[in-house]
Ligand binder design. Structure first.
Ligand code: FES
Length: 183
């Protein structure tokens, strides 16, 4: 009976930690934090992994890490802003993160980058001059079964081709001036 209760408790704790979005990247991040026993000392290492997974560290992600490590959000935010190798929310109105992990790479992720670069004229890590699109890369976003994958404005999108990626970014770029005109 005691064993059953302990098991139940453990299961409940794992469920609480599961991110409600169902985004697998949080699961991978959870595993990584678990490996570090959710220790505050591992904060930088965990932020690195989070950036590898998500391409950048936005507020929600920093809060999630703070909550998981039981650290004040101000401390996590302070560390993320102190080191230049961390990228907080990119400047672009739209964000495209291309996965360059092994599974995606062998299925042509580099060609996705090339196609986007062609359309938007920016390199990974950059934002278009009109602030419409930021291009970032990640390393395995937990979607290897649907490689090559890209994340458009937070939505993991399967089996991308250079054409589909270029089309998506083109759409964002062409909506920029329209939106500006409407404002
Ligand atoms: S390598 Fe891209 S999702 Fe795993």
């Amino acid at each position: 009976m005691l064993i059953t209760l302990a098991k139940h408790k453990r299961k409940t704790a794992e469920q609480v930690l599961q991110h409600p979005s169902g985004d697998k990247r949080f699961k991978i991040l959870d595993t990584h934090m678990k490996r570090h026993q959710f220790k505050a000392d591992a904060l930088i290492e965990i932020l690195h992994r989070a950036q590898e997974l998500f391409g950048y560290l936005d507020n929600d992600l920093l809060l999630y890490i703070a909550y998981s490590l039981k650290l004040p959000a101000s401390r996590v935010y302070g560390v993320a802003t102190f080191y230049h190798f961390f990228t907080l929310k990119p400047k672009g109105a739209h964000t495209c993160v291309v996965c360059l992990g092994t599974a995606c790479y062998v299925k042509g992720a580099d060609k996705l980058i090339a196609a986007i670069q062609d359309v938007a004229r920016i390199k990974p890590g950059e934002t278009t001059p009109d602030n419409q699109v930021s291009l970032l890369t990640a390393r395995c976003i937990g979607a290897c079964g649907i490689a090559p994958a890209a994340v458009y404005d937070g939505t993991v999108t399967p089996r991308q081709t250079p054409e589909s990626a270029a089309e998506k970014v083109k759409g964002w770029l062409s909506h920029g001036p329209e939106r500006a005109a409407a404002n």
